[in-house]
Design a protein around this ligand. Structure first.
Ligand SMILES: Nc1ncnc2c1ncn2[C@@H]1O[C@H](COP(=O)(O)OP(=O)(O)OP(=O)(O)O)[C@@H](O)[C@H]1O
Ligand SMILES: [Mg+2]
Length: 83
């Protein structure tokens, strides 16, 4: 299976980075495509675009500092994973 990684970044604030990530993420998750959205912004805006069904106790910092991914991935109501 082919994998695609897309990074959305800009030093300019408020230009639609989170919105641009959330929309194709939702379009892929809706028909059941797997693949996490990784929000590296300290303002976790991406988590506000879809209802969160399961909220992870930890986040990206935990993964980077310990290498442990358990308890780092939140799940939205449409099955999308957010880290
Ligand atoms: N195409 C668009 N047209 C109009 N408004 C938009 C569009 N895309 C995003 N916005 C709005 O612009 C604002 C900023 O969007 P967003 O939070 O996605 O930007 P950001 O680059 O992630 O911001 P930040 O730098 O604060 O992290 C939000 O209110 C969002 O609803
Ligand atoms: Mg943002």
């Amino acid at each position: 299976m082919q994998q695609l990684t897309v990074t959305i970044r800009s030093t300019k604030g408020g230009v639609g980075k989170a919105t641009f990530a959330a929309n194709p993420g939702g379009m892929l998750a809706d028909p059941g495509q797997r693949g996490p959205l990784i929000d590296a912004d300290i303002q976790p805006t991406l988590s506000s675009y879809y209802p969160i069904e399961e909220t992870a106790e930890q986040g990206l910092t935990q993964l980077i500092t310990t290498g442990e991914i358990a308890d780092c991935i939140s799940k939205t109501a449409i099955g999308m994973m957010i880290l």
